[in-house]
Design a protein around this ligand. Structure first.
Ligand code: ZN
Length: 59
């Protein structure tokens, strides 16, 4: 058995600094959702952001 593997528990800084979620500003990872140049951490954030934009445009 190989039990010598060490899990890296540290959150290393990848190149995601400029890819924070447009809505909640959480750092997004490789599976980021990009919509029209805006990155989101999840579909929910994208939906909320689009809904807010729609509201603003309709006022
Ligand atoms: Zn988000």
């Amino acid at each position: 058995m190989d039990t010598t593997r060490i899990e890296n528990a540290h959150m290393t800084d990848h190149d995601t600094d400029e890819n924070g979620c447009t809505l909640c500003e959480l750092p997004v990872e490789g599976s980021a959702i990009v919509d029209d140049g805006d990155a989101f951490c999840c579909v929910g954030c994208r939906e909320v952001y689009n809904a807010l934009e729609t509201v603003e445009n309709s006022c």
